[in-house]
Each structure stands twice: as structure tokens, then as C-alpha cells.
Design a protein around this ligand. Structure first.
Ligand SMILES: [Zn+2]
Length: 325
């Protein structure tokens, strides 16, 4: 899939366990860099290397596929250090515990999924759009229509010809639909559908169709998302998982963040033993322009909790969704 030579640019942009499982150690060092690096999957700068270096790199990558999974997260956790606490007071102990707790939670999720005002990771204009009245909605639409008309003029079209007359309005409405996720929040979606079942086996919803918009080019990227979790007794209504995916997909996104946001949302709302999300998708900005790699797939994954700690659990998930081939 993503590990054919054709797809190297896609595979490299995934900051994920998928790479790790294929055993390319060098990738892990760039993991953090790739997260920070602003994503540019279009301009050919990140296209496959050519020449003898490329051939060498390709050989290396191929041979690594057959090797067992190596992932820095698989290393056994170091034995807890004996802290010199004989001289610590109760206060410093408390502080240390709080700091540890903070560090732990900060790696789990960078921001709370349900904010104090009930919006889930809102953007600047989210509240305004959510609470606008009829007049404000009209104003927004008029503004958008004007912008689309300008676009039509700028590409050299005649916005007054018959076929294009209603296009600005249609496009504005479509755009609002593509980004309707800004007006939704996780609390309303879940709506109490969490059940104490005493079930502690892996639950997977796979092949969830996802349609999102690349925030760099404002063109779609589409694909499939697979969400798995291991409950800590509580299970979530199965249909809620695709709806959470939909909510975050219907915003301006990059695939890496979309994957992470869905995983974090499930983690926060359900508090399971672990969550794993894998997304494979095709980016129109890459397929239709730029490097024009029409068959490439970009795979991203985010694993939290027991999926992050246990290779066996992660592999079970990957083989069930059919990625770990
Ligand atoms: Zn793009």
C-alpha cells in the first residue's frame, strides 16, 4: 500500500506507528520533526529522490519490511528510579506527584476535547458561526458569494454566463457543509451513549468513510478511517465513532491532526484502556496537482494507552483492520 516506491512521499508524511511497524528505525528520529514540519505534499519538493541514492534507499526500505517490528515505544519501560525522598517534605512530594500527573496527561491530549464553553476544539469564528441569527447568516453567505465571484473572474471566466450564475451561491453553501464540523461538539454527539458493560475486549469500527478538506489547498482528501479501542468496562455506542470522525473531518484539516483529534476525543470521552486510529487517504492536492501521484495513499495513525504500550495489542489491531500485512 503506502510502502510501494510510488508512495514514498505519502508514507513519509505519516508520523505514525505504521512506519514503525515496518521497522525503519531512521524514521523514528524524524517523527517529531515531521510533526512540526508544515505539510507540503504538493509541490514536488518532497517527491521521491532519484539517482543512486534513491535506489539505495529503496533497497534498504524493502529489506526492512521483513524485519520484526521495532518501535521505540516497544522498549520496556525503565525500572522506576529510587528517588531520594528521605529528605523530601510532604509538600515537595505532592508537587512531584502533580508534575508527573501533568506530564502524563499532557502526552495523552494537548487540549481538552470538551472545552469550558461546550465547543470541541473550536476555531476563532466557531462561536460566531454557531450563534449567528438569520441576518448574520445572510451576510456571511453574501460575503462568500462575492469571494467566489471574484475567483471566477480571476481564473478568466465570465461569472455572468448562464452556467455560472448560481455557482457562487452553490459553492458557498457547499463550503459551509464541508466545514459543518466546526458547529458540532463531542458532548452533543456522544449524548450519553456510554454504557457500563464490563466488556474489556477490543472493539473496532473499520472502513469509516471520511471526507475532509486539506487546509493547505482547500481541496478534499478522502479515505477510510479505522477506530479501535479497548474498553475499561464502559463501551460507547458504535455509531458514535463514525460521528466523531465526521465531526473532525468536516473542518479544515491535515490528515495527521485529524487522526490525532479523533483518537484524543475517544480517549477523553470514554476513558478506555487505549485507543488506536488509522487513516488511509488520498489527497486531491497531491493527485490532481503537484507531484500527481494518482495511486498514492497516505497513512497516518495515532495510538494511545495500551495500544501505545503493547506491541501485541497494536499488532492485533493492525492485522484486524488489514494494514499490518
Ligand atoms: Zn493539500
Amino acid at each position: 500500500m503506502a510502502h510501494t516506491p510510488d508512495t514514498s512521499s505519502g508514507a513519509e508524511s505519516s508520523s505514525t506507528a505504521v512506519n514503525g511497524l515496518k521497522g525503519d528505525k531512521r524514521k523514528h528520529k524524524s517523527r517529531d520533526l515531521s510533526k512540526k514540519r508544515s505539510r507540503d505534499h504538493g509541490d514536488g519538493k518532497n517527491a521521491e529522490p532519484s539517482g543512486p541514492d534513491a535506489a539505495h534507499a529503496m533497497r534498504e526500505r524493502r529489506s526492512s519490511i521483513s524485519k520484526p517490528a521495532r518501535d521505540f515505544r516497544d522498549k520496556p519501560e525503565p525500572a522506576p528510579k529510587k528517588k531520594k525522598r528521605k529528605i523530601s517534605t510532604a509538600d515537595t512530594l505532592k508537587e512531584e506527584a502533580a508534575a508527573e500527573e501533568a506530564a502524563e496527561s499532557s502526552t495523552r491530549s494537548p487540549s481538552p476535547v470538551i472545552d469550558f464553553d461546550g465547543l470541541s476544539r473550536p476555531s476563532v469564528g466557531t462561536r460566531a458561526r454557531l450563534e449567528e441569527d438569520e441576518a448574520q447568516r445572510e451576510l456571511r453567505l453574501t460575503k462568500m458569494k462575492g469571494a467566489v465571484r471574484t475567483l471566477l473572474e480571476c481564473i478568466g471566466e465570465d461569472p455572468d454566463r448562464e452556467g455560472l450564475l448560481a455557482t457562487p451561491e452553490r459553492y458557498a453553501k457547499a463550503m459551509l457543509y464541508f466545514t459543518k464540523g466546526y458547529q458540532e461538539n463531542v458532548r452533543d454527539i456522544v449524548n450519553g451513549a456510554i454504557f457500563q458493560e464490563g466488556h474489556n475486549e477490543m472493539v473496532i469500527v473499520k472502513d469509516i468513510e471520511v471526507f475532509s478538506m486539506c487546509e493547505h489547498h482547500l481541496v478534499p482528501f478522502t479515505g477510510k478511517m479505522h477506530i479501535g479501542y479497548i474498553p475499561a468496562n464502559a463501551v460507547i455506542g458504535i455509531s458514535k465513532l463514525p460521528r466523531i470522525a465526521e465531526m473532525f473531518a468536516r473542518r479544515l484539516q491535515i490528515q495527521e491532526r485529524l487522526t490525532k483529534e479523533v483518537a484524543n476525543a475517544v480517549m477523553e470521552v470514554l476513558q478506555p484502556q487505549g485507543v488506536a486510529v488509522v487513516m488511509e487517504s488520498s489527497h486531491l492536492c497531491m493527485v490532481m496537482r503537484g507531484v500527481q501521484k494518482t495511486s498514492s495513499t497516505t497513512i497516518t495513525s495515532c495510538v494511545l494507552g495500551c495500544f501505545e504500550r503493547k506491541e501485541k495489542t497494536r499488532n492485533e489491531f493492525l492485522s484486524l483492520i488489514g494494514v499490518n500485512r
